[in-house]
Design a protein around this ligand. Structure first.
Ligand SMILES: [Zn+2]
Length: 343
């Protein structure tokens, strides 16, 4: 899922996302709550209409942003009090209020409020945090039930498995969330600075505990070469800012590895960015032109680069799906793992 933090995938119009056949994107509850406000978006017909996006939208719980962006946050059993990173105003997120915000946005897949810890966290702290995340998840689902019975909810609600980097806590959290019989389950609290083998290990422990017939979603991952690794461990959904953020910084993912477009070697390079790619950028422009746009600080660069990186991610996921259908995922994994990963 491409990330559209502020109700836009930066630099890319919805029409172009449809051309890439993006089926779902992620928007951030925290950001849209603070600006322009979920009630304003509701009054304008909901997030789909507001941003002119006809396909699915997943909204996060706001928890991760509160824990990573805002100052002076205070966690209680009721919820989390935090200060806006925009103007310092104090706000309270509860399991009920973050769900109400997501309902107001008209989200298709909503996430239950969770506590996301920094890495490293002690086992004791992570254990307490899991208990809180479980209480919040139960509260969110009870609230969801009430609003669903009143006919006020169209979207689905996923809980989030936490537990930091401790297998026993991940197992406990997953087991305790299963009775919610959610339509899908997320694995959160990864990609927060821990070594990558540890992220994979936590997913390897957690994913098999979650229902096979429902989506399993790992939040906030990953690099292109990691996507097949997560899928091989049972993951169906991922979101990440890397393809879009790295694109704007001039880091482009190609079938031949990474291209850092500012490098002088691309100055007069007439080849397309990725000869194997059929995206608009690769069909029409040379590396030399892209480098020129980047060096000149032209805004078109962000659009063309993001378009390509998203296409690269979607191509990888398409290849993975294809290999699953053909029953050749092990061979695909073998081939991907044999390619050295650039620094
Ligand atoms: Zn391309």
């Amino acid at each position: 899922m491409p990330v559209g933090t502020q109700a836009t995938v930066k630099g890319v119009a919805p029409r172009e996302l449809l051309d890439l056949n993006v089926g779902i994107l992620l928007a951030n509850t925290y950001h849209l709550f603070l600006r322009p406000g979920h009630e304003l978006i509701r009054s304008l017909g909901g997030l789909h209409r507001f941003m002119s996006w006809p396909r699915a939208i997943l909204t996060d719980s706001g928890g991760f942003q509160v824990f990573s962006l805002s100052d002076l946050r205070k966690v209680t059993d009721e919820g989390v009090v935090f200060r806006s990173h925009l103007n310092g105003d104090a706000h309270l997120f509860t399991p009920e209020s973050t769900l109400d915000i997501q309902i107001a946005l008209g989200s298709d897949i909503m996430m239950a409020l969770d506590e996301c810890l920094e890495y490293p966290a002690s086992h004791a702290v992570a254990g307490e945090s899991v208990e809180r995340t479980l209480r919040w998840a139960r509260a969110a689902f009870a609230h969801y039930q009430r609003r669903a019975e009143a006919g006020e909810v169209a979207g689905a609600l996923f809980p989030i498995v936490q537990g930091a980097t401790y297998g026993d806590l991940r197992r406990r959290c997953a087991a305790e969330l299963l009775p919610l019989e959610a339509p899908g389950y997320a694995i959160g609290g990864l990609s927060v600075g821990e070594p990558r083998p540890l992220s994979l290990e936590m997913v390897e422990i957690t994913a098999p505990l979650l229902p096979r017939d429902r989506p399993r979603y790992v939040m906030g991952v990953g690099m292109p070469e990691e996507l097949p690794e997560y899928v091989a461990r049972g993951v169906d959904m991922m979101d990440c800012v890397l393809p879009s953020r790295n694109a704007r910084n001039g880091c482009l993912f190609t079938s031949e590895g990474r291209v850092i477009i500012k490098q002088a070697r691309y100055k007069d390079d007439p080849r397309p960015l990725d000869p194997a790619c059929t995206c608009l950028t690769c069909r029409n422009f040379s590396r030399a032109y892209l480098r020129h746009l980047f060096q000149a600080g032209e805004i078109l660069f962000a659009s063309l680069a993001t378009l390509h990186n998203l296409r690269r991610y979607l191509d990888i996921m398409g290849r993975i799906r294809h290999s699953i259908v053909l029953g050749t995922l092990p061979e695909y994994l073998g081939a991907v793992r044999s390619v050295p990963v650039p620094e």
